[in-house]
Design a protein around this ligand. Structure first.
Ligand code: GLC
Ligand code: CA
Length: 599
């Protein structure tokens, strides 16, 4: 193995603020590695790649759900919280994976999906069985609207839903249940009924399940849409925009009235007495900075950090992913800068470009053509040099790109399929229009199999993959990168190692520079004795960076950056290029430390 610049032994996160020094790697099991040729990734597949993860240097692995599930939403619809779906393996194999990670100094974070269950979960099966079943109140059951108003009989499917909310996956957020003549609420698919967190038995059952997992050795949870669990119990109609089929319920279930109470209770019941190093991250669509400070303030004992969504909504009209628009770098900097400032004193950021719900980072924020490798590295450097805990989504470390799908039949994601059906049947859009609109931001972009090598099906499976492999696997793959010191993979190793080696990366103050520059992302990170200047060129043209002396200082001394040390860059060092000159998609991390005074 020859990896230049990267230290042979990557230092690990050790201190009590360990998660602030940690890097998390997300695995979407279905698409990671298939061990038995059925075309679907599985636990044995993951276990076979542990040394790969170790080599990358990550501290924590977050597993998207592999619990028992009908797979309506690829496992985010859980029918047994305490078992592994046979598709992915067994509880014993999950134990082996946990042990294998721990033996290599890594931790395991499980996905926790408790805003809703599967409609096949025994809790829901009981709940729907009769109006007086003890679990009836575990979900959100309401009579048809006319019936509620007039005491008349139900008229299902004709607008008698209890309110006008639309589901996140198209159609109404309510499903009529013939057996008892009532509707149940499902913010996601009709196979994902929402749990009623107002009911203390529901909360107790969830906490008991979480404790069961922690007792089995897992090291924390990524909490799926956790800021949806407290709803306005009057469930009022939401505003309905022009051309929309349904009302917007989000004002009544995002960051609802009892959110902080519920998370504090969860903390008391699950995490409080435990001594290990645990990590909790709440996935929180629509969360504001002001709320995030409260969620992540350690003194309040709620969660360690949250995933916010503002920076992944900038390339779409009105937050509608099916109406993509061009991203402006000035807006990206404004948004991420505001989150850096907002959580500077209290709370903690999570940092991500992508996950299983987002387009591929290099296609979205970089250039996945000529400058794919350079821009993938630049994006890694910019993100990981922010203050917060960075997340790497599987394949991002290889510079994997978006997929070009053909017909709608090539897609697998329920969100895409439902949207296509609704837009072509109810909104009058043509098939071609819908396909064009959903190409850049659909979730299947991120769900094509990890590209391990250039063999058939990219080494992901020996069988027929559940979703097509990206044809660029012939040149973008792990085998071509792990031993190449100039690869995207090796660059991620360096970026991760830098965080572990340099306290200024994990803990330094953040200051955004050049907010109005349309092409250059520039900021400093500083501790009393160390300052890093981070520069990223988000364009395919050369850029000259002009900074005031006063912009950057080491302690009280203004820095002259022409004399600084290049700590990390994505181009080979070239003395002929001035330090403040950036080539296409260039990244520079420059240090002016104590004892290296400005000249
Ligand atoms: C989260 C998950 C997404 C899922 C949804 C419903 O946003 O990340 O994949 O579809 O919640 O569980
Ligand atoms: Ca398999």
């Amino acid at each position: 193995m020859t990896v230049e610049h990267a230290p042979a032994e990557i230092p690990k996160a050790t201190s009590s603020d360990w998660f602030q020094r940690a890097v998390v790697y997300q695995i979407y099991p279905r698409s990671f590695a298939d061990s038995n040729g059925d075309g679907i990734g599985d636990l044995r597949g993951i276990i076979s790649k542990l040394d790969y993860l170790k080599r990358l240097g990550v501290d924590v692995v977050w597993l998207s759900p592999l619990y028992t599930s009908p797979q309506d939403d690829n496992g985010y619809d859980i029918s047994d919280y305490r078992n592994v779906d046979p598709l992915f393996g067994t509880l014993e194999q999950l134990r082996d994976l946990t042990d294998g990670l721990h033996a290599r100094g890594m931790k395991l974070v499980m996905d926790l999906v408790v805003n809703h269950t599967s409609d096949e979960h025994p809790w829901f099966v009981e709940s729907r069985s009769s109006k007086d079943n003890p679990k009836r109140d575990w979900y959100w059951w309401r009579p048809p609207r006319e019936a509620a108003a007039a005491g008349a009989g139900p008229t299902p499917g004709t607008g008698s839903e209890p309110n006008n909310w639309g589901s996140a996956f198209s159609g109404p957020a309510w499903e009529f249940d013939q057996a008892t003549g009532e509707y149940y609420l499902h913010i996601f698919s009709k196979k994902q009924p929402d749990l009623n967190w107002e009911n203390p038995e529901v909360r107790a059952a969830v906490y008991e399940m979480m404790n069961w997992w922690l007792d089995r050795g897992v090291d924390g949870f990524r909490m799926d849409v956790i800021n949806f669990i407290s709803k306005d119990t009057s469930l009022p109609d939401g505003p309905r925009g022009d051309g929309k089929l349904y009302g917007d319920g989000t004002p009544f279930y995002i960051d609802g009235p009892r959110m902080h109470e519920f998370l504090q209770e969860m903390h008391r019941e699950v995490f409080a007495g435990r001594t290990g190093e645990l990590l909790t991250v709440g996935e929180m669509p629509g969360v504001t900075v002001e709320e995030a400070v409260l969620y992540t303030d350690p003194a309040r004992a709620e969660v360690d950090m949250v995933f916010q969504f503002e920076h992944v909504a900038l390339d779409q009209e009105e937050g509608d992913k099916w109406r993509p628009k061009k991203l402006l770098l000035t807006e990206l900097k404004q948004t991420l800068g505001r989150w850096q400032d907002g959580l500077a004193e209290r709370g903690w950021n999570s940092l991500y470009w992508g996950n299983h719900d987002q387009a591929r980072a290099v296609s979205r924020f970089g250039d996945d053509g000529t400058y794919r490798e350079l821009s993938a590295k630049m994006l890694a450097g910019i993100l990981h040099l922010h203050r917060g805990t960075p997340y790497v989504y599987q394949g991002e470390e290889l510079g994997m790109t978006n997929m070009t799908f053909g017909a709608i039949s090539d897609y697998r994601d329920i969100e895409v399929l439902n949207h296509h059906r609704e837009a072509t049947t109810h909104l009058g859009h043509t098939d071609a229009e819908v396909l064009a609109a959903l190409a850049p931001l659909n979730r299947d972009n991120a769900r094509t199999p990890v590209q391990w090598d250039a063999s058939r099906h990219a080494g992901f499976t020996t069988g027929a993959p559940w979703i097509a492999v990206n044809p660029n696997a012939n040149h973008i793959n792990a085998a071509a990168q792990v031993d190449d010191p100039d690869s995207v993979f090796s660059f991620y190793r360096k970026v991760i190692a830098l965080r572990h080696a340099e306290p200024v990366v994990s803990h330094g103050d953040f200051t955004m520079l050049l907010p109005d520059d349309p092409h250059v992302y520039a900021f400093t990170r500083s501790l009393p004795d160390t300052t890093f200047l981070v520069l990223g060129n988000f364009s395919g043209q050369d850029q000259k960076v002009t900074l005031d002396d006063a912009d950057v200082a080491v302690g009280d001394v203004p820095a002259v950056w022409d004399s600084a040390e290049l700590v990390l860059g994505n181009y080979p060092a070239d003395a002929a290029v001035p330090l403040l000159h950036l080539r296409p998609w260039e990244l520079k991390v420059l240090r002016a430390g104590a004892g290296r005074p400005a000249r």
